[in-house]
Design a protein around this ligand. Structure first.
Ligand code: TEU
Length: 551
């Protein structure tokens, strides 16, 4: 099948189904709710949706724990609802990529239930089950998981443990077993044959584990990562999926690849290697923390951000394709982050961040609510949080007393639930998300931050995104041009150029809440101003001002 690489022209909107729109008023978002908002998405201008998991699941990790890969979680709807949604999307020129979560299943998946209840089960070897040390009193090694606790779970009171790099209910699959790989391929074909257009591949660079399962010297973050991040057979497995499945469809894949170096990133996306279409790297979201641990908040520094953006923009140019994002369901909201402001300067902050990442090379992703400038949640106690990771970290803080004060502040600021509050459609009691109390609380600022208001306001963040999307479509300079950082050492202003033949695009963004003299004022004299978040073309940049120029 000919690969058209349509994803290079895609603008992808991420839907987190629980929090998007509740069609049947049970307090939880669902597929009928999504269908009711497709015209809204069409109006925004996006042409592809990434749908976070809708598969059947006990929801320990909101669907990233799948118990049936071929059916829909009932509160979200039925397979028929899903098919209707897909065809309604396609009718509107919107493609759909699914979340593919195959590093692990749910512990409620029939494979796992069989694997742990019967030592002779054919599914035993679908998982990674090992004898513990000290007669089973200690886990097989000292690896830690991503959610703040150990990576191994004891099976009952036996001396055996299963590996789970995330929550207890997320046992890792054993990709060494060829049968597991065949199962995954069947799942992929099932959805591709139904008409879906690709996959966002959850923590896909964790699927290959070093088979020696050795302990490591204690570290601050994620003990054992060198044995399970980008493991020895990762590239082989990905190529196998490409060869046996993806190559037969005009589809795309975006790998969620945590802790990836540029070289590893190139190896995953260089087209001739036939692995993935693109990856998400997280270097820019780690610029405001220490040791890659988001809970250890670090003061933002613009030059640090520029450095990692430069690395990936220049490093992948002409080698492989990039993805661009500043929010998702695991990150806090971008307004109020990267030195911006979610109060007085919220609107200009949202527009400035949007312009700054939208003109880079790669496929932009917009997370639900980002196009409205939604803010972090207003949680006031631990019970307000629903996320398994947040509760695990809170428990860890209790256990290791010295962490408690550090964690308390960052828990509220960095909890993933900040991005999971219901999308604010209007100013009614439950923000037009639902008629009943939602599964997680609605932000109070729905009274003035909501889609209904923004659709009627030409100057809104929604309309600003709409213009950026329109500008990007078919623009060869943005798609293929070179990227040049114009002020690599400037701590206040981010300015870059995109250049293709004799055409240029320049973005200038003030990342501070103060006026700053535009350092490029002389150079930009004869260039045309295309878009801005202020009505200002003076030599001074207002707080969080952004300007998009072209020549
Ligand atoms: O996230 C992978 C991942 O590494 C996250 O744990 C991330 O580091 C964390 O959310 C930051 O706090 C993916 C999904 O996006 C996430 O929602 C799932 O919980 C996780 O995989 C397990 O499937």
């Amino acid at each position: 099948m000919k690969q058209t690489n349509w994803y290079k022209d895609a603008i992808i909107y991420q839907i987190y189904p629980r929090s998007f729109c509740d069609g049947n008023n049970d307090g939880m978002g669902d597929i009928p709710g999504i269908i009711s908002k497709l015209d809204y998405l069409k109006e925004l201008g996006i042409n592809c949706v990434w749908l976070s998991p809708v598969y059947d699941s006990p929801q320990e990790d909101n669907g990233y724990d799948i118990s049936n890969y071929r059916d829909i979680y009932k509160p979200f709807g039925t397979l028929d609802d899903f098919k209707k949604m897909l065809s309604e999307m396609h009718k509107r020129g919107i493609r759909l990529i699914m979340d593919l979560v195959v590093n692990h299943t749910s512990s409620e998946h029939p494979w796992f239930k069989s694997a742990i209840s019967d030592k002779n089960s054919p599914y035993r070897d679908y998982y990674i089950i090992k004898k513990g040390r000290k007669n089973g009193k200690k886990p097989p090694n000292n690896w830690s998981g991503f959610f703040g606790d150990g990576a191994w779970q004891r099976i009952g009171d036996s001396d055996e443990y299963y590996l789970r790099l995330f929550a207890k209910g997320q046992p890792d699959l054993n990709w060494e077993n060829p049968k597991v790989r065949e199962e995954v391929k069947d799942i992929l074909r099932y959805w591709l044959d139904m008409g879906v257009d690709g996959f966002r591949c959850d923590v896909i660079n964790l699927i290959s584990k070093d088979q020696r399962f050795k302990s490591v010297a204690p570290t601050i973050a994620l003990a054992g990562k060198k044995y399970f991040v980008s493991g020895p057979r990762l590239h082989e497995y990905l190529h196998e999926l490409y060869k046996d499945v993806y190559s037969n469809y005009d589809c795309m894949t975006v790998g969620e690849t945590v802790l990836t170096t540029l070289q590893q990133g190139c190896d995953l996306v260089e087209p001739n290697r036939e692995e993935l279409s693109m990856i998400f790297n997280f270097d820019h979201t780690d610029t405001d923390n220490y040791f890659g641990v988001k809970w250890f908040i670090r003061k933002f520094k613009l030059t640090r951000l520029k450095k990692v953006v430069n690395k990936w923009q220049q490093g992948l140019h002409n080698r492989g394709w990039n993805s661009l994002f500043i929010e998702n369901h695991d990150q806090r909201r971008c307004v109020g982050r990267f030195n911006t402001d979610d109060k007085e300067y919220r609107e200009v902050s949202a527009k400035m961040l949007a312009t700054t990442y939208f003109m880079l090379q790669g496929t932009p992703f917009i997370y639900e609510g980002q196009e409205l400038g939604m803010t972090n949640g207003d949680f006031s106690c631990l019970d307000d949080f629903k996320d398994v990771e947040t509760h695990n970290i809170a428990a860890l803080g209790e256990k290791i007393k010295i962490l408690k004060p550090i964690l308390k502040k960052s828990l509220y600021q960095c909890s993933r639930d900040n991005a999971r509050t219901p999308v604010q459609w209007d100013d009614s009691e439950f923000a037009g998300f639902s008629k009943v109390k939602p599964w997680i609380q609605v932000n109070k600022n729905k009274s003035f931050i909501n889609a209904k208001q923004q659709l009627t306001d030409d100057n809104s963040i929604f309309h600003y995104y709409q213009k950026l999307i329109e500008y990007r479509k078919g623009n060869e300079v943005i798609k293929n041009g070179e990227y040049i950082d114009l002020l690599p050492h400037n701590h206040k202003v981010y300015a870059y150029m995109r250049k293709l033949d004799d055409k240029e695009i320049v973005v200038v963004s003030n990342f501070t809440n103060k006026e700053v003299v535009n350092p490029l004022r002389k150079k930009l004299k004869s260039i045309k101003l295309v878009m801005s978040n202020y009505n200002n073309n003076s030599e001074t940049l207002k707080p969080y001002e952004t300007r998009l120029y072209e020549r």
